[in-house]
Design a protein around this ligand. Structure first.
Ligand SMILES: [Ca+2]
Ligand SMILES: [Ca+2]
Length: 110
């Protein structure tokens, strides 16, 4: 099997698991397993509500643990998908939970 000259990577991800397949040095493909079932659902109960807003506030401001699903390149609290959980994620999740804001950004969609 050839060695890839430029290794393909999964979209937006450092931790996504994937297996590269090489036809030759120029043609590489990768299969990515990427699934983020709990973005914004900090406590993982299937709903985004006030408890998750409280959770993300704890992550952003108090250093609480930001859980990460094993097949997801981002932590649950990083609803804006920029690699950090901060005040912008809190604002975003408040909108999602209370005012019909957009769902958390799906890190698996490039
Ligand atoms: Ca929840
Ligand atoms: Ca973020």
């Amino acid at each position: 099997m050839a060695t890839c000259s430029n290794q393909p990577t999964c979209p937006g991800s450092a931790t996504c698991t994937g297996t590269a397949t090489c036809q030759n040095a120029a043609t590489c493909s990768i299969q990515c397993l990427c699934s983020c079932p709990h973005q914004g659902d900090i406590n993982g109960d299937g709903l985004i509500d006030v408890f998750d807003v409280i959770g993300v506030i704890g992550i952003a401001f108090s250093g609480d643990l930001d859980a990460q699903d094993p097949t997801c390149p981002r932590t649950r609290g990083d609803v804006t998908n920029d690699g950090v959980t901060d005040v912008f994620d809190v604002i975003y999740l408040i909108a999602t939970a209370f005012s019909g804001g957009a769902d958390p950004v799906n890190p698996c969609v490039p």
